[in-house]
Design a protein around this ligand. Structure first.
Ligand code: NDP
Ligand code: MG
Length: 377
């Protein structure tokens, strides 16, 4: 198997390479991309010897060449990232980029006939229908890396029956059980302390606001062709059940395991095969009680906004995705407060005229509107 890893230096990228190293011997890594962490990228280049590497610009190229031995092709810029996703003989492109940067390479890779192992949920949030339609036309497999979606997908294996309901589980994030006043003054440092998962900064803040679950609702709608009304969100603080599917006879399938992203990553790369691992096993006698509760929509308005965007559809999820990414960055830099994230999205929703999506251009126009909205302040 030949794979390209976009976003190789991030949380999912590094765990993908760790999974390849320990479980998928004989896999050839043909392309790698990094962004700010050139030192980590250099060490991956030395180890995996890809044919192609992407870095953002010339300075990063110089630094990379100072840090490692590499005689292959170095690509830069937005077009270079697209070439990195398309111009190799990779069978699978792992998209572990964060945010909007993930959409264009996903679309380009699909058009180039590459299967996609998708961590970058923002791709499906902003342009899910478009991406899934093109993938279907081209006969491309998009396998989910997101743990909930991997769980749903595993529960659906071997069943021709449509789900009656998908139950998307959520840990509840670091602010679960906190009062509104305490959340209102929470800092980025508080939000970055996720109870169960060690992830990149953006998704950790999205998990604290429950926007992540909203993004996952939209991701699930597109991956499994389900309306939002059939997807229920259930808080399960232990993150042992990664999601469930209920069928028309009342039977419920759940996929369980320790919270370890290497499991969904491995399944995205190896399915329908199961590959033996020495990862730690779930110990039912010592994992404690599994508990469930409804999401608190009052304390976490981002989830209500995302449910509204999911139900409305069209260009609204792309606008929400754009503004959320900007607002999360501002929050990480302590420039706005936690609840400002939802307030800014809410304000945009009040005045935005939703359009239908027929091409990538519609998404780009929606994002331009969002950029202007944010500039106006
Ligand atoms: P990280 O921030 O850890 O990694 C992001 C990767 O993208 C890094 O390699 C980073 O490079 C690179 N990158 C950042 N900005 C750009 C840009 N503008 N252009 C090109 N490359 C860029 O994120 P995660 O690994 O946590 O998340 C990746 C995706 O996976 C997200 O969509 C997230 O929602 C999803 N996901 C993550 C999970 C997790 O456990 N982490 C779980 C489920 C889904 P560098 O580090 O060198 O700056
Ligand atoms: Mg998830």
């Amino acid at each position: 198997m030949k794979i390209s890893v976009l976003g190789a230096t991030g949380s999912i990228g590094l765990q993908t390479l760790d999974t390849v190293r320990s479980c998928l011997l004989g896999t050839n890594i043909v392309a790698l991309s990094g962004y700010s962490n050139i030192k980590a990228l250099a060490s991956l280049v030395d180890e995996f010897k890809p044919e192609v590497v992407w870095v953002p610009d010339r300075d990063a190229t110089t630094r990379l060449l100072e840090l490692c031995e590499f005689s292959g092709e170095i690509l830069t810029g937005e077009d270079g990232l697209i070439s990195c996703a398309t111009e190799t003989n990779a069978d699978i492109v792992v998209n572990a980029l964060v945010g909007r940067a993930g959409l264009a390479p996903t679309l380009a890779a699909i058009n180039a006939g590459k299967n996609i192992a998708l961590a970058n949920k923002e791709t499906l949030v902003s342009a899910g229908e478009l991406v899934m339609n093109i993938a279907r036309e081209k006969g491309i497999r998009i396998t989910p890396i997101d743990s909930e979606h991997s769980a749903i997908w595993q529960c659906l294996q071997g069943s021709s029956a449509l789900p009656e309901k998908i139950i998307l589980t959520a840990s509840g994030g670091p602010f679960r059980g906190w009062g509104r006043e305490r959340i209102a003054v929470a800092s980025a440092q508080d939000a970055l302390k996720h109870p169960n998962w060690d992830m990149g900064a953006k998704i950790t803040i999205d998990s604290a606001s429950l926007m992540n679950k909203g993004l996952e609702l939209i991701e699930a709608m597109h991956l499994f062709a389900q309306p939002p009304e059939k997807i229920e969100i259930l808080v399960h603080p232990q993150s042992i059940i990664h999601s469930m599917v209920q069928f028309c006879d009342g039977s419920v399938m759940a996929q369980m395991g320790l919270p370890d992203m290497r499991l969904p990553i491995l399944y995205a790369l190896s399915s329908p095969e199961r590959v033996a691992t020495n990862f730690p096993r779930l110990d039912f006698l010592n994992c404690g009680a599994l508990t469930f509760e409804p999401p608190n929509l009052e304390n976490f308005p981002c989830l209500s906004l995302a449910i509204h965007a999911a139900k409305t559809g069209g260009t609204l999820p792309a606008v929400m995705n754009f503004i959320n990414e900007w607002a999360v960055n501002q929050f990480l830099q302590n420039k706005i407060s936690f609840y400002n994230i939802s307030e800014i999205i809410d304000k945009a929703f009040d005045i935005y005229n939703v359009r239908t999506v027929t091409s990538l251009n519609d998404i780009r126009e929606a994002e331009s509107w969002a950029a202007e909205f944010l500039e106006r302040g």
